[in-house]
Design a protein around this ligand. Structure first.
Ligand code: AP5
Ligand code: MG
Length: 228
């Protein structure tokens, strides 16, 4: 199976698909958003600076995020099958990622673009509730994304919360940031011939089937399925 790099508008479903891959296969998941929110939750000075940026729908600096991701890639993800969720988000980040992967000799990668409309992404963000412990996302608008017990995480049993940047107003800014800074990297990867596009305006099961078809190489998935 291939390492997965997600490029997508906010709230397209990167985290949800990543959870599915981690639960069913040997994937390790790196979400830069979760990593930054953990820093915010720690109450550190850096966390306060990050919080100010996230709350207004802006990106943290390339310099900071590259430093954090580089350390994780080299120390925790190297040699494992991994998912990058939320990185790269700018052209300099994409170029730096290429450099890192080449220097690590990691070549079996696929970049997956999740195709979703602004209207659908807005609905997914505004209806989202997340587990503060494991970061799993649920949604009040979709039955298949609802927790078994209202307001409680199926996995951790703790109360679900809303993310502070999931208001309609902040979401507009996040989406504009995506259009300005992240969408140009779609062409960057298209030109490299490693971009796969998936329509995610369907049920999670349907999306999962398409994801499997692009991450699979030579039926290796059968061996790496956790349940086997
Ligand atoms: P980040 O946490 O990455 O936010 P995001 O990109 O806006 O993505 P989300 O986490 O909102 O959505 P998702 O695609 O994971 O969707 P999910 O699976 O939850 O980043 C947050 C902030 O950190 C950024 O704004 C930025 O400030 C900063 N940052 C992060 N990385 C950075 C970087 N590299 N450089 C600089 N700054 C960076 O699903 C959404 C909802 O939809 C859920 O409720 C889910 O249940 C539901 N859902 C999912 N799939 C379906 C489906 N098929 N049908 C119906 N509902 C569905
Ligand atoms: Mg996410």
């Amino acid at each position: 199976m291939k390492n997965v790099i997600f490029i997508a508008p906010p709230a397209a479903g990167k985290g949800t698909i990543s959870d599915y891959l981690v639960k069913n296969f040997d994937y390790v998941h790196l979400s830069t958003g979760d990593m930054l929110r953990n820093e915010v939750a720690s109450g550190s000075l850096l966390g306060k600076e990050i919080d100010a940026l996230i709350s207004k729908g802006a990106l943290v600096s390339d310099e900071l995020i590259i430093k954090l991701v580089e350390s994780k890639l080299k120390n925790e993800l190297f040699g494992k099958l991994f998912i990058l969720d939320g990185f790269p988000r700018t052209l300099p980040q994409a170029e730096k990622l290429d450099e890192m992967l080449i220097s690590m000799g990691v070549t079996n990668n696929v970049v997956i673009y999740l195709d979703v409309t602004l209207e659908e992404a807005t609905k997914r963000a505004v209806g989202r509730i997340v587990c503060p412990k494991c970061s799993r996302s649920y949604n009040v608008y979709y039955k298949e994304a609802s927790p078994l017990v209202e307001g409680i995480c199926d996995d951790c049993g703790v109360a679900l919360e809303k993310r502070s940047d999931d208001t309609e107003e902040t979401f507009k800014k996040r989406y504009q940031t995506y259009l300005d800074s992240t969408s140009p990297i779609i062409n960057y990867y298209k030109q490299k011939g490693i971009l796969e596009s998936i329509n995610v305006m369907r049920t999670q099961n349907e999306v999962a089937k398409d994801i499997l078809s692009v991450i699979n190489d030579e039926n290796v998935s059968v061996k790496r399925r956790k349940s086997d």
